[in-house]
Design a protein around this ligand. Structure first.
Ligand code: GSH
Length: 196
């Protein structure tokens, strides 16, 4: 398999961590690229031009991190199988949090600073806040779930907030979630894929 990725994409990092946790790293060639410069090989793998994109062993390309995660989940039963509905619930909130945070970072990067007052930006900040509150209130469920696609996506989304949006102070305002994140990101799969 080939995985197109870059070092700062939370979506690509979640997929890569899942592969490491599943012991599939020897089966995948990492293809580092810059999705913002229309990398020709990436565009061939994914005409949408975004990372992550996976080329499977039979040459099929799959994009969208959640779909790649579900494909990886189907390849190996390694990792204990938590309740499937809980895993999907956690994956969906983690993905939504990741998307809201990423959209905020990208709109700040490519638009005027005054854009922080825009309706869309305010909606994304509200989505981040509601998701964080939901996750903090769900800490009992999250803590008792083993590492899985759902918990990996949440931990990567929280780590992305700490990396790109520390001014939101999520770590201080949601202390139980922060303790959980600090514990998860101490795993080798997270350390070996740190943002940067
Ligand atoms: N929904 C997609 C989002 C992927 C995405 O936005 N990737 C970013 C990097 S974090 C990208 O490649 N952006 C390039 C672009 O939008 O042109 C997923 O879950 O994989």
């Amino acid at each position: 398999m080939k995985l197109f990725l870059n070092k700062t994409s939370p979506y690509a990092r979640a997929v890569r961590i899942l592969m490491l946790e599943k012991g599939l790293e020897d089966r995948v060639e990492l293809c580092w690229c810059d999705p913002w410069t229309d990398d020709a090989q990436l565009l061939e793998a994914n005409p949408v031009g975004r990372v992550p994109a996976l080329i499977t062993d039979n040459g099929t390309s799959i994009s969208e991190s959640l779909l790649i995660a579900f494909y990886i989940d189907s390849l190996s039963s390694q990792l204990p199988s938590d309740n499937k509905e809980d895993n999907l619930h956690l994956a969906s909130i983690g993905q939504g949090l990741m998307e809201a945070a990423f959209a905020l970072v990208i709109s700040r990067k490519y638009k005027d600073e005054g854009d922080d007052e825009s309706v869309l930006t305010k909606r994304r900040i509200s989505a981040i806040e509601r998701s964080l509150l939901h996750l903090e209130q769900s800490i009992a469920l999250i803590s008792c779930c083993d590492i899985s696609s759902g918990t990996i996506i949440i931990a990567v989304a929280l780590d992305y907030l700490a990396f790109r949006l520390p001014e939101l102070g999520a770590d201080k305002r949601y202390p139980e979630l922060e303790v959980w994140r600090a514990n998860v990101v101490s795993r080798p799969s997270f350390k070996n894929t740190a943002f940067g």
